[in-house]
Design a protein around this ligand. Structure first.
Ligand code: NAD
Length: 384
């Protein structure tokens, strides 16, 4: 038993040293790209697993349609990135195969299909690895329900918390297991800054800081404290602390939920709360998500690879709305605002007002490709 304890203590020393170095790298800061000044932007598209290749194929088709002129001119390139499949990742024992990672790093932004993460074992989630390797520290997820006046945006810290060492816990077999949660001051400060900057630039007056600081006193306690330090620089914005348990209840409380505007959350709570919020909007098939860093940004659907749809032979019926929303967020991020607005407007018409063609994952409704045709025809009509 003493051997397990000694090796765990040694491992903890290594982890602390490594995490301290990571926090120092973050503290040095980075500079976000200015897409309005770039001669060429490379958009990488990687399919992922399950329904991923089906929905990203349609996402790419819509992007090619909207960006046709710029692609012809050469100011935008859409590049297929292969190799982010479960089979290849398992064969190599790498969360992201090394050549795929190199190819991703040659892109400016990435549209990504969901990737499967097996339960147990040692294969790290491709998403967690990508967020770390490309330092995509802000996970931004908007949720809108116009008829209920819900206009939320979630800023989930995307690079630390329970995830940064999630595959590196320690265990004494059949006795106990310990995982680690890491909150760095610099990592919290940059996500807090992103949330408050968004609030300031978009006329929002309230930011909810969601933690469990009464229990996780060090990690969540620091997260809350640093968010308030940042908040002090934004006197027109109210910062409110909420515990994550009551926040899950608040989001289904119709009497109060529309008062929330911007949320800032540590990684795990953000993961859970944003799925709940997406369900309120109409399901995880309806939500897009941005993973933003200074050098790179990756855009994806909120849902997973839907293995059951594939097993039932219904993959081609997957709803691509979520990847379209992600594509619209990408267009906004690269300063192609009018293309983003067209796609968002078309999606609103197709999924809220007209609903002539619907895709739900069921065979009695339209296929993914038929729904995409409908979205593109709607854009064409808007263009006159
Ligand atoms: P899931 O999101 O894949 O599926 C949940 C439910 O929603 C299922 O009933 C599925 O059929 C349905 N669904 C999901 N997307 C749909 C779509 N576009 N159209 C119609 N129906 C849709 O969640 P899960 O089953 O918990 O996860 C499956 C795998 O995906 C797991 O390996 C998980 O790790 C992975 N995952 C990946 C990501 C990502 O890459 N960003 C996110 C979440 C889960």
């Amino acid at each position: 038993m003493q051997g397990y304890i000694d090796s765990a203590v040694e491992k903890f020393r290594e982890l602390l040293t490594e995490q301290l170095a990571r926090s120092e790298r973050i503290a040095k800061g980075g500079k976000a790209k200015d897409f309005t000044k770039m001669g060429k932007i490379v958009i990488g598209v990687c399919g992922g697993d399950g329904i991923g290749p089906i929905i990203t194929r349609e996402g790419e088709r819509v992007l090619r349609y909207l960006l046709k002129d710029e692609i012809e001119k050469g100011s935008i390139e859409i590049r297929t990135i292969d190799g982010l499949t479960l089979e290849k990742r398992q064969e190599l024992g790498e969360a992201i195969p090394a050549d795929t990672l190199l190819a991703l790093k040659e892109c400016d932004v990435i549209l990504k299909g969901p990737t499967t993460t097996p339960h147990g074992g040692n294969l790290e989630s491709a998403n967690v690895a990508m967020r770390r390797e490309l330092d995509l520290y802000a996970n931004v997820r908007p949720v809108n329900v116009p008829e209920e006046n819900i206009d939320w945006i979630f800023y989930r810290e995307n690079s630390e918390g329970e995830y940064v060492l999630g595959s590196r816990g320690v265990e004494i077999p059949e006795k106990l297991a310990v995982d680690f949660k890491v909150t760095t001051d610099a990592g919290t400060r940059r996500i807090a800054r992103a949330a408050f900057e968004y609030a300031k630039n978009n006329g929002k007056t309230n930011v909810a800081i969601v933690t469990k600081a009464n229990i996780m006193k060090k990690t969540d306690g620091n997260f809350s404290k640093i968010c308030h330090e940042v908040a002090a620089e934004y006197p027109d914005i109210t910062a409110e602390d909420w515990y994550v348990d009551i926040m899950t209840a608040n989001l289904i409380n119709e009497a109060i939920r529309s008062k929330f505007q911007v949320f800032v959350l540590p990684n795990l709570y953000g993961d859970i709360i944003t799925d709940e919020a997406a369900q309120i909007q109409g399901g995880v098939g309806t939500a897009g998500s941005a993973n933003v860093g200074d050098a790179y940004a990756m855009f994806e659907a909120v849902h997973g690879s839907a293995p059951r749809l594939i097993e039932q032979g219904l993959g081609e019926y997957a709803n691509p709305s979520s990847i379209f929303k992600a594509a619209a967020m990408m267009l906004r991020h690269i300063a192609r605002t009018s293309a983003a607005e067209k796609l968002e407007k078309a999606l609103l018409i197709c999924t809220e007002t007209e609903k002539k063609v619907i895709a739900t994952g069921e065979a009695e409704n339209a296929t993914c490709a038929e729904f995409s045709d409908y979205v593109m025809e709607t854009i064409q009509k808007m263009d006159g």
